[in-house]
Design a protein around this ligand. Sequence first.
Ligand code: PLP
Length: 379
Amino acid sequence: MNLFNVYPLVNITPVKALGAKLWDDKGQEYLDFYGGHAVISIGHSHPHYVQRLTEQLQNIGFYSNSVQIPIQRELAEKLGQVSGYADYSLFLCNSGAEANENALKLASFHTGKKRAVAFKGAFHGRTSGAVAATDNPKIVAPFNADHAISFVEYDLAAVEQVLQGGDVCAAIIEPIQGVGGIIMPSDDFLTALAALCKQYGALLIADEVQSGYGRSGKFFAHQHAGIRPDVISVAKGMGNGFPIGGILIAPELKASYGLLGTTFGGNHLACAAALAVLEVIEQENLLAHATELGHYLRSELEANAGAEEIRGRGLMVGIKYDFPIKDVRDQLLSEHHIFVGNASDPTVLRLLPPLNITKAEVDRFLQALYALIPAEVKK
Ligand code: PLP
């Protein structure tokens, strides 16, 4: 049987990984500034993570969530403490798209309304419910064309116009747009959006699938604006590569049996992975580290990368050029053995290194980038 060929694969076979480094089957070392679509938060094969997962596997590996799973409560407690959302509840699932589907479903049940408002260029997932939560025409299937999500610019008047329809259950927003090209609504915009949602009886869903878990230097990117969304969706960095997602739910939203459900969500191994991530974030003070190294990386890029704009916060960084970055990205990998990401905007390089990246590794990336930038764009 063949694999269904729906995304391109880099012709590299990693056989070993540690921290921000990978090695392929020929012994070549690589530096990972992308983390496989932003999933590597605490570094590859972190010893605490490996130990936690191994112990869990030797104990009770998997069992579906039809029985008591104490490690789920342990995870909820730790996440509440580390994120500053101890009064919220946690629903666990397996991916970012699933988290957003559950968030939108919950908002719709809670308000009795069916429409949502989202932002142009956003990406909230690809499954048939969440596929409607992007306006990327390459992703939206014909049956989703008539979806109930209105996509608007980052324009409060446009948001208000949709909210005035009276049928909006939620606004969903990435506090830092990832796939779209590291686009940041301002803190004031987020604050005003939260107020508008309240005024019109809609919930605010913060999609922190990519920007959460310390990536921006705070646990959640929306915390830079000081807002408290009604629902926060998480995945990616939550499990450092192990599939897990979830939503954090405000106390006003009441649970009832059957409202949401899942077979695999919150299984033992996924919870062990997610707990290990939180423990390492705390023990190694990774929020402060991401702030410091992110600041260093961005200020170096601003001074020397010949870019049009350096975007992002913490270690979620976009380098916007005035030319397509495909060749630079390809050469970073083939000549300098460094993985970086792209975005739906072909002129943006997307950087998502592990939160415990070292200064020496940042410098290695910078030197490689500077060597590749076309001479005419250098300052
Ligand atoms: N939300 C955001 C902000 C994302 O970046 C992504 C994936 O890139 C998703 C949701 C979907 O996550 P998943 O691929 O785990 O379904």
